[in-house]
Design a protein around this ligand. Structure first.
Ligand code: MN
Length: 257
């Protein structure tokens, strides 16, 4: 099939498959219209925490995973980076546990096992230099040091999202503000770029799609598929765009490099 949107690279994060706030229709529409050489799944793709609290795995979520599998079979390089909601994938022991949990998990794990797994990747962009790609929770002092605080915040947020989206968004932003105040998130990003000789960093995690240009580096955040329905894409001419999928499933460019 000839796809309308041809990209060199696509970066997606925070899809939260297995959580009922995931906007799978828009993602499916985007993926069906797009083709790429490299697909980076930048963490929190599957929300194992949410599934653990309240098992949920509709066929629409399986479909998204099947599309990733089809892309892999079709020759796309699929890179899977785990986030804090899919952190069982970071340890061999917990991966084995997941595999034998039930047939749904077995199926999920068998597809995931086909992809390239790493905590972070070095991405050589066509026009904007060398970038570090990782989920972003590594910079989050609250998440890594006191997982239960972060998990509690997540549960409150998950419960609120259907009652009042703007309120849940406000609370999430508030939580993240406190968190980033503690960790000095942007300072850590800057240090990471300087120490590793990177021209930029691509991450997800805070559900805030943005491209920020600093004098020393660029910061790109893919956003999420619970609220913003956004992605970072690299076109074949080297242009990097932050896009979002509108209500009509139309692709909108929010920012570009
Ligand atoms: Mn995250």
């Amino acid at each position: 099939m000839n796809k309308n949107n041809q990209y060199k690279s696509i970066f997606l994060s925070d899809i939260h498959l297995g959580f009922n706030g995931c906007q799978h229709e828009k993602l499916e529409s985007f993926l069906k219209s797009a083709e790429c050489k490299d697909l980076y799944l930048v963490g929190d793709i599957i929300d194992f925490w949410s599934m653990d609290d309240n098992f949920y795995w509709p066929k629409e979520h399986q479909n998204i995973l099947n599309i990733f599998n089809d892309m892999h079979e079709g020759g796309t390089n699929v890179f899977y980076i785990s986030g804090n909601h899919d952190d069982p994938l970071r340890e061999q022991g917990s991966k084995e546990e997941l595999k034998s949990k039930n047939s749904t998990y077995t199926e999920i794990m068998s597809i995931l096992s086909k992809f390239n797994h790493r905590e972070s990747y070095e991405f050589s962009s066509i026009k904007h230099g060398k970038m570090m790609v990782l989920h972003g929770d590594q910079y989050d002092v609250v998440t890594s040091n006191a997982k239960w605080i972060s998990k509690l915040g997540g549960l409150i947020y998950d419960g609120l999202i259907f009652i009042n989206r703007p309120l849940s968004k406000y609370l999430k932003n508030l939580t993240k503000k406190i968190v980033s105040g503690v960790s000095g998130f942007q300072n850590l990003v800057k240090k990471e770029c300087q120490n590793g000789g990177y021209d930029g960093l691509i991450c997800g995690h805070n559900h805030r799609p943005e491209i920020l240009k600093f004098s020393t580096h660029v910061y790109l955040n893919t956003g999420d598929w619970v609220e913003s329905c956004s992605a970072i894409v690299e076109e074949h001419n080297g242009t990097i765009k932050l896009i979002n999928i509108e209500e009509s499933n139309k692709i909108n460019t929010m920012a570009e490099l």
